[in-house]
Design a binder for this molecule. Sequence first.
Ligand code: ADE
Length: 233
Amino acid sequence: MSLKKISFLSLFPDSIQSGLSHSLVGKAQEQGKIKLAHINIRDFSKDKHRTVDDIVYGGGAGMLLKADVLFDAWNSIAAPVLEVTGKKPHTILLSPQGALLTQERAKHFATEHEELIIVCGHYEGVDERFIELCVDEEISIGNYVLTGGEFAAMVLSDVVIRLIPGVVGNQESISGDSLENGLLKAPQYTRPREFMGKTVPEVLLSGNHAAIEKWRKEISFERTRKKRPDLLK
Ligand code: ADE
């Protein structure tokens, strides 16, 4: 199975749409390898002021996204899918409370689901009942707090779309990625052979593939030990 469609629920759908319109991810959409839908949560508000948020019961700073508005926005995508497939689409809420996004998790999203709904939180958060009713898992892109989930949605979908088979032309570039085997990538060089007195390591010019492979493995390990020792634990 591979991912075919992502629907984003957000207060700023234009920013996600334009953020994902370039480069490989833009091309993947043009080629029909992934379909993206951008839903504006505000279109589901219930009053003439287009309200989407409200104060926190019991007191507390800031405002929360309302459960009824979020549910209707979510249901506009989920209900038709449920009717056809008998299953609701896997739903991710972007939140600093979520599990950390890793290459491993991204691979899971790219290969274990045909359709995803990605919900971007805002303000102080979302009404817990929406999470209980509709959200399958919460994902965080790092241990810091963003103003909203839009940038996180772009990061998550960029990582995931890149892993859909056929999106990156050469599968070797994925298997050689940093982090793909728990190690950082070896340094790489292109022409010219010498630049500002610095030369390309001899072994890379040798044509000896076994020696090159061995050099890359050793240096990958060495770099990981120096720059990201946490990956070796
Ligand atoms: N929303 C706010 N902060 C976030 C984070 N670190 N990851 C995902 N969504 C967020």
